[in-house]
Design a protein around this ligand. Structure first.
Ligand SMILES: CC(C)(COP(=O)(O)OP(=O)(O)OC[C@H]1O[C@@H](n2cnc3c(N)ncnc32)[C@H](O)[C@@H]1OP(=O)(O)O)[C@@H](O)C(=O)NCCC(=O)NCCS
Length: 241
């Protein structure tokens, strides 16, 4: 797919999203094929949303994501321990600014060895199969390259077909050990293209987040005005009786 086609598809899907938001168009499942997905780098201010996302995962999904049966308490502890300075945490937001997909790229630098990173991801059940998991991995790879990371590592359960598909498609080497699979992806060195791509993708994601946030404020303002008008009308009606 050419860059021009990707841009056109992105503009087209953004337009549809605005129309869905404004109620002009009925909500339909987004078609993300060939569209640039806005992937937003998260910071500590998003912690409540990150927690809400992970707590919404079912017991089985938590097992797939963390490799153990993570309780609510484990999730709170994991979130409180997130290092936003060192690591990259990404989110994909829906129009209500709920995190529907998130990824954690944990950087592990040791002065004696080359820098490596571990990747973990989760997508809310209703938003799966749209390519969000794969796009988050691609986004993490760009950042890892720019941070001079030489290898990304993914730990997955062997039953986790979509995760293993994402790793395999990226060219990672898979090592299966019974119910567990480790995937290693060696990264090429950063270049001008990886630097510019990261800058552009970030700017697009930030602009998309601002638009969603402004639109959310506008619709909540409008619904408040409507509530007030209804209250006033109700009051007038009662005093007329
Ligand atoms: C793993 C997970 C993140 C995948 O997210 P997703 O957004 O649905 O993944 P994508 O839509 O990008 O699909 C990735 C690939 O898997 C394929 N796939 C999806 N579901 C599949 C299934 N049940 N069996 C086989 N392949 C499947 C897709 O077709 C796609 O391949 P393609 O690009 O060749 O078409 C999601 O299932 C999830 O959150 N699971 C729970 C947590 C978890 O397992 N995390 C991973 C451990 S770190």
């Amino acid at each position: 797919m050419t860059i021009a086609h990707t841009l056109l598809r992105t503009l087209e899907e953004t337009g549809r999203e605005v129309m869905r938001f404004a109620g002009v168009m009925r909500y339909t499942k987004p078609d993300t094929e060939g569209v640039v997905i806005p992937i937003y780098p998260l910071s500590a201010e998003h912690l409540p949303k990150i927690k809400a996302h992970l707590l919404a995962l079912t017991a089985h999904d938590r097992y797939l994501r963390f490799g153990y049966a993570a309780s609510d308490e484990h999730i709170h502890r994991y979130c409180d321990g997130l290092n936003f300075e060192r690591d990259e945490i990404y989110g994909i937001f829906n129009r209500h600014l709920t995190i529907v997909a998130m990824a954690h790229l944990a950087l592990m630098s040791d002065p004696n060895t080359k820098t490596s990173a571990e990747f973990g991801v989760s997508v809310l059940a209703y938003a799966r199969g749209r390519g969000y998991g794969a796009r988050l991995f691609e986004r993490a790879v760009i950042h890892a390259r720019n941070e001079n990371v030489s290898q990304i590592y993914i730990h997955a359960l062997s039953e986790n077909a979509p995760m293993i598909r994402i790793a395999r498609k990226s060219g990672a080497t898979l090592e299966r050990d019974g119910s567990e699979t480790e995937a290693y992806l060696s990264l090429p060195k950063r270049d001008l293209d990886s630097r510019v791509s990261e800058l552009m993708i970030d700017q697009y994601a930030k602009a998309n987040y601002l638009i969603k946030s402004d639109a959310k404020k506008f619709w909540s303002f409008l619904s408040n005005v409507q509530e007030i008008r209804q209250g006033v009308r109700h009051g007038r009606h009662q005093s007329a009786e």
